[in-house]
Design a protein around this ligand. Structure first.
Ligand code: ADP
Length: 615
């Protein structure tokens, strides 16, 4: 299967578009996830400071209580006189009172061996009196002369608490340890309130990564990291969590670029599904624990599809707009190129046409001239006669004059010379007319007097009319009018029509050629003869080039050129046969008026007033 170039191009564009879309979606996903991680980390940092400050503040309120209590002589007395029931009881009451005042969970005095000898809960069923606390690190810290801090689940009370302890001195020697146990639940609740307000969860872990406090109930007393058996034994031995069983929390790390040294990404599975958290931790050295802030990542994940849709759509919109713009530009360029090409071709063609037109006009001019000269050629015999006649007359008048001078008949000489002058004048007129007729016309139209034009044409044709014995019927100047025409060319048409008429009448009798002017809305010149007329079948043919029935040297171009000349003057030429026999050629031309506003000459009828022209 072969694809067209266009289909291949479309497939390529689609692949590039989809590739771009995939990159955009991936980039959006990556960028906003990174951004989300950074924002969450930044927020977690602030929340961490806030939470740690709160926890520090809450604990430090109790920190000094054991120290203050240790200075009370009651404690010293009790430790020194442990058998003294009265002073022990007094101390019990005192500790109970202090417990109420300080809102602590329990306060108790432990002797140098770690056994409690007095306690605020002296009358409770879970009274600490007589209990051995020597295993507790807070006891060990205090008995060695330090302020003890520890948190654990009470072995007797089974309650989670934070312990502060301080040694009770008798001069330089330590007699025992006073312990204040805080109710950690209260601090946990308040911390949970803070965390919930910030939209995160928190967990406080011991150095073994076991959660001691948390905003999530079932995270409590569970291990963040896997627990092997040796660790489990060690934890059990420390009794920090009394007899509670410690399990692992199903937290699995999310191996993602978002995890750093300060932050970890965890997926936490619960019955409600899987939740992803960003974990930020900070060690609180004084308290001996680590605070973990768990910021949920769900809001980031939830916003990603919307952002990806938005950027994907934006990308598609821009890509399609760019594609559309590119295609549009390409089309415009293509149209522009096509237009330029077309324009070039039109210009070239116009130039060709102009050149051909020029050539055609030149050829046409040549043809018109050739046709004209043919007519003149045909008329040459009669023209010869027309010129020879006055020449012969001049010669005989000159001869005569010579004789008269020799006979001294001077009075008649003047008359003879006058006649010779008038004869030469006539010759000059004839020769001048022929000269102007035969010259090559430049086809320049101008206002032409129709009577003058007919007169000029008659000067050319008259010798032939006379030679052939044709009777000419024409009333000169009966109707006057002007047409917008080339005078010589219009003469050529008239000479041609009259010459044809004379030929047509060669074997006719009588031979009568009539010339009539009719002026209506247009000017009509009628040339009628008494010849053979035109056969109906040849009415149109005679106007075709090279159609001739003439046996003289006709080219058959006369009528076709005449029609062309008249057409160029916005006129028309047509032929019909007279009822009496013979042909009628009618030339119709628009009347020229120098003042277009003035109406043309009114019709003067087509009355055929005969006027005989004698030769
Ligand atoms: P040519 O005179 O050289 O033959 P034209 O084009 O002038 O060429 O005339 C074409 C033909 O038209 C003539 O040969 C003739 O048959 C016919 N024709 C022209 N004028 C007349 C006329 N007045 N009477 C009859 N036939 C005519």
């Amino acid at each position: 299967m072969s694809f067209s170039l266009r289909t291949k191009k479309n497939i390529l564009i689609t692949i590039i578009l989809l590739g771009g879309l995939a990159i955009t979606l991936k980039a959006t996903h990556w960028f906003y996830l990174e951004q989300g991680y950074q924002d969450t980390a930044e927020r977690s940092k602030q929340q961490m400071t806030e939470l740690v400050n709160f926890l520090d503040g809450s604990l430090s309120r109790y920190e000094s209580i054991p120290h203050v209590l240790s200075t009370n002589p009651l404690l010293k007395n009790a430790l020194l006189n442990q058998q003294d029931g009265k002073s022990i009881q007094k101390l019990n009451l005192y500790l109970e009172e202090i417990k109420h005042i300080t809102e602590s969970l329990d306060i108790y005095l432990v002797d140098a061996l770690g056994v409690s000898i007095a306690a605020s809960n002296w009358q409770k069923s879970y009274s600490f009196i007589g209990k051995d606390f020597s295993f507790r690190p807070y006891y060990q810290q205090a008995i060695s002369g330090q302020l003890g801090r520890y948190y654990a689940v009470g072995t007797t009370s089974n309650k989670r608490g934070f312990y502060f302890s301080y040694p009770v001195y008798e001069q330089q020697s330590i007699l025992g340890v006073i312990v204040v146990k805080l109710d950690i639940t209260e601090i946990e609740q308040q911390s949970t309130g803070i965390a919930r307000a910030g939209g995160y969860e928190f967990a406080i872990t011991d150095p073994d990564n076991i959660i001691f406090l948390s905003s999530i109930n079932h995270w409590r007393l569970r291990s963040l990291t896997p627990l092997d058996q040796s660790r489990q034994y060690a934890i059990h031995a420390s009794k920090r969590y009394a007899s509670r069983v410690i399990n692992e929390l199903t937290l699995s790390p999310l191996y993602d670029a978002g995890a750093t040294d300060e932050h970890n990404l965890y997926a936490f599975s619960s019955l409600k599904g899987q939740f992803d958290y960003m974990e930020t931790h900070k060690a609180m050295a004084k308290a001996g624990w680590s605070v973990h802030i768990m910021a949920p990542l769900t809001p980031i994940y939830q916003s990603l599809p919307l952002l990806m849709t938005l950027y994907g759509s934006l990308y598609l919109l821009l890509a399609l707009a760019a594609l559309f713009g590119y295609e549009r530009r390409k089309n415009l360029l293509r149209i522009q190129q096509a237009n330029d090409l077309l324009e070039q071709r039109v210009q070239a063609r116009t130039q060709d046409l102009q050149a051909s037109n020029r050539k055609l006009n030149e050829t046409q001019d040549e043809l018109i001239q050739a046709a004209k000269l043919t007519v003149i050629g045909n008329l040459s015999a009669s023209i010869n006669h027309e010129i020879n006649q006055p020449l012969a007359a001049i010669r005989s008048y000159a001869q005569n004059t010579k004789t008269m001078i020799s006979r001294n008949q001077t009075e008649m000489v003047t008359d003879n010379i006058n006649t010779i002058i008038s004869l030469t004048d006539r010759l000059a007129v004839i020769v001048g007319q022929f000269k102007s007729f035969t010259r090559k016309s430049q086809s320049r139209d101008s206002a032409t007097d129709i009577n003058q034009c007919i007169q000029d044409a008659l000067t050319i044709i008259k010798p032939e009319i006379d030679k052939q014995g044709v009777e000419l019927l024409y009333r000169a100047n009966e109707i006057s009018g002007q047409v917008w025409a080339d005078n010589v060319r219009l003469q050529q048409v008239l000479v041609n029509l009259m010459s044809n008429a004379i030929v047509a009448m060669q074997r006719s009798a009588p031979k009568r050629l009539s010339l009539t002017l009719v002026l209506e809305s247009q000017l009509c010149i009628k040339i009628q003869d008494t010849g053979s007329g035109v056969q109906e079948s040849q009415m149109e043919k005679i106007f075709e080039p090279f159609f001739t029935t003439s046996d003289r040297q006709g080219l058959g171009l006369g009528l076709s050129i005449s029609r062309r000349i008249i057409d160029s003057m916005q006129g028309s030429i047509r032929v019909s046969n007279a009822q009496t026999g013979g042909a009628i050629f009618e030339i119709t031309l628009p009347v020229y008026s120098s003042n277009k506003a003035s109406p043309d000459h009114a019709s003067q009828g087509d009355s055929f007033n005969e006027q005989k022209h004698s030769s």
